[in-house]
Design a protein around this ligand. Sequence first.
Ligand SMILES: NC(=O)c1ccc[n+]([C@@H]2O[C@H](COP(=O)([O-])OP(=O)(O)OC[C@H]3O[C@@H](n4cnc5c(N)ncnc54)[C@H](O)[C@@H]3O)[C@@H](O)[C@H]2O)c1
Length: 379
Amino acid sequence: MEPVTLGLIGCGNISDAYLTGAANSKLVRFKACADLRPETAEAQAARYGIAALGIDQLLADPAIEIVINLTVPLAHAGVSLQVLEAGKHVYSEKPFAALLKDARAVAEAASSRNLRVGSAPDTFMGGAHQTCRRLIDGGRIGHVLAGSAAVISRGMESWHPNPDFFFKPGGGPILDVGPYYVTELINLLGPVTRVTSVATQGYPKRTIGSAGRRGEEIAVEVPTTVNGVLQFASGANVSLTASWDVWKNRRIPFELYGSEGSLLIPDPNFFGGTPEVTDRDGEWQPVDISAQPFGTPNRSLDDGKSVADYRMIGVFDMAAAIRAGRPHRANGDLALHALEVMEAFGRSSAEGRHIAIESTCARPEPVPEGTGEEVFLQG
Ligand SMILES: NC(=O)c1ccc[n+]([C@@H]2O[C@H](COP(=O)([O-])OP(=O)(O)OC[C@H]3O[C@@H](n4cnc5c(N)ncnc54)[C@H](O)[C@@H]3O)[C@@H](O)[C@H]2O)c1
């Protein structure tokens, strides 16, 4: 397959994951990057051997087919629209847009131009999550009746160099880390029909802890503890807690309860981990994920934990799908549906009622078993 040429807009913290992730790919190759801050683009360009361009120059380059949008959430929709207007496909970091109405405008612009939109997260395509998908589709825990998901911490201001966006519209735990859980749930269970929640704000200000800006304060503009419930078209009833107000907790992060057993799902912020499954009243058993690609640990976190981090496989799949003329998995319908669900958490709390979800989407096709990016050439 002729590799798909990529451009990148937004050369901040997460851009290394994409630029290193593409380094040995035969499906894609980065040509150029751009940023509002030209010096940031120049630094990444020098580091990865690509060109640093102005945003308009990058969008005018006819060789670039997909632009990866790694800007901050409030800029996602505007930059994605610019990319589509330039006649290129766009793949955006999460959330797909800060506001649902802007996400709809992006989806419409793509469809009217016959272009593709993709969006992170692509973690649901990782080895652990695809193994969970196969277990559920194979009936291992029977009909999924219920579940519980919890993503709980003290927040992001301690480590990120510029953590302001986490506490502004488009941020908050539901839109920042919620996408991993909501997208994985849609991958496993299908579309959501209604949402209810209570959303509160634990602290009005946050104090930055990272070296360059230590001690600066951020005014918090979004809820930082959300307790909600999602009802799925399948009938499943799943609770989701997302909070940045908690120092310590002992919640089990992610589990599903079926008519024939239960399934413990590894952290959907990463691609690997060991699922565990039980029969009705049997013992928990670890599940081997090695038949699926993208589950082997390849990176150590600051606390020494090894994780599988393959951010970029959504783009590999999209590139192969463009060449083959098939749908890609981390697609706009999925991202739009997930965003409507996430926005409904805030609306439900503010309006004091359940919110019916208008959009729907198909579950993305399972990733074929095999090794590495070649699986995307199979479909
Ligand atoms: N940092 C992470 O670990 C991480 C992980 C997964 C996803 N993400 C997501 O990736 C996105 C970016 O996060 P980050 O941590 O890299 O942020 P960041 O603040 O480190 O980088 C964002 C970059 O985008 C640039 N930018 C902002 N608006 C722009 C515009 N209109 N045009 C061009 N450039 C613009 C900024 O100058 C900056 O260099 C966010 O949506 C975030 O949720 C981040």
